[in-house]
Design a protein around this ligand. Structure first.
Ligand code: TXA
Ligand code: MG
Length: 371
């Protein structure tokens, strides 16, 4: 499509839930959610919508044409499976698990603790399942999550349509955490963006596989590995999936074989470099780039651009905790990239708590890692 994409504003605070159904007190929000809800029920139609992690690009997980439209709008390789978003457990058991109508017991604690929220679990694709192999990329599992964002939940509940939804960025670009990011990447390629403001978490959901023994952490994200371990039982033994996959291997985890989260500028990631003084100065000795073409994204420890010998560089503060860094990361990468810098120097963070998800995204975005 070549028409301009329409942004539909929605007021997050005016959506309440009684049980699984939304109660919307604002007429504009109601009307715009109705438009989006009609849209996602049509085969081949997709809508971008906010979740608590990042914006998603959703279409019916049960329609071949819709899932194809998602892959096409993003220009996404078809062997990278999509997460199916639901608004209730009842919806999973009724629609996605047509044989046993029961979510495997291994997930009980996780669901109780983290749903609705930024956690994706792998469920079996049962015999007779309506989930398309296009959604699962031919695997015998399907990734499912129940987002906590009121707009996402309302859209899915109101349409009673499980939504296949990857992040609503153009493939390889940083994930969108604001409606304007989606517009930047997908204007003219999708009809509507529901604008519910900035996303809270800022990085995507954590993906876990509890069907394997021991369970696997396929992608670190909005729920930390430490918090998952605290659920006890088999979850105490959760292991990280390996970070890279060969070009011919079936993709088991997100982004394993594709470059990801890429701004146009080159990202240089500084790992464990304290105040950055020695590391940045040493790096500058063998790299000649005008400081006016550089950006510095600081975390909790780096000195200012001026103190690091980068006067004239664009400077942003990602935040002093890993949680804040996760919230700001994609937004600030996009911001400085749009200013036309050639190089983005980024301060890393320890790989604990939310730091694991931050470093996972940064190491995929990085052209060079310095430590
Ligand atoms: O927070 C999120 O998860 C966001 C929002 C929109 O909900 N969605 C998201 O989707 O990040 P996407 O498509 O960008 O990333 C989904 C990742 C894929 O890269 C895929 O590898 C993994 O989840 N995934 C999905 N289904 C899977 C499956 N059956 N087995 C293994 N990995 C799976
Ligand atoms: Mg993505």
């Amino acid at each position: 499509m070549t028409l301009s994409t329409k942004i539909l504003p929605v007021s997050v605070s005016l959506i309440a839930f009684s049980g699984n159904m939304p109660d919307i007190s604002d007429p504009t929000t109601k009307q715009n959610l109705e438009i989006a809800s009609q849209e996602v029920q049509k085969p081949g139609h997709v809508v971008a919508f906010p979740t608590e992690t990042v914006y998603g690009l959703g279409g019916s997980a049960l329609s071949d044409e819709s899932v194809r439209a998602i892959y096409a709008a993003k220009n996404r390789p078809a062997d990278n499976p999509l997460i199916v978003h639901v608004s209730s457990q009842e919806q999973i058991e009724r629609i996605l698990l047509p044989k046993l109508h029961k979510i495997p017991a291994v997930y009980e604690k996780l669901i109780e603790r983290f749903w609705p929220g930024p956690l994706t679990i792998l469920l079996p694709v049962e015999e007779g399942s309506p989930v398309l192999s296009l959604t699962t990329a031919g695997q015998n599992t399907v990734g499912v999550r129940m987002p906590s964002h009121p707009v996402a939940r309302a859209l899915i509940a109101h349409s009673d349509t499980p939504l296949a939804a990857p992040s609503a960025n153009a493939s390889t670009r940083p994930s969108p955490t604001m409606a304007s990011h989606v517009f930047h990447d997908l204007n003219g390629r999708i009809p509507y963006i529901l604008d519910g403001g900035a996303c809270d978490v800022g990085v995507e959901s954590t993906v876990v596989d509890g069907l394997s023994n021991p369970p696997m952490l396929l992608r670190p994200g909005g729920v930390s590995a430490e918090d998952i371990r605290k659920c006890g039982g088999v979850w105490e033994n959760i292991v990280m999936a390996k970070k890279t996959a060969g070009k011919t291997e079936v993709v088991r985890t997100p982004g394993m074989k594709y470059r990801h989260y890429l701004p146009t500028a080159k990202v240089v990631l500084f790992e464990g470099c304290k105040d950055g003084n020695a590391a940045v100065k040493k790096w500058l000795e063998s790299n000649t780039v005008e400081t006016s073409k550089m950006a510095l994204l600081r975390g909790g420890q780096f000195a200012s651009a001026e103190e690091l010998g980068l006067s004239g560089a664009t400077e942003r503060n990602l935040g002093s905790s890993a949680t804040e860094m996760a919230h700001n990361l994609f937004k600030m990468l996009r911001e400085v990239d749009e200013m036309g810098v050639e190089l983005i120097l980024v301060e890393g963070v320890e790989e604990t708590g939310d730091g694991l998800a931050v470093m996972n995204r940064l190491s995929k975005a990085a052209f060079e890692v310095v430590n």
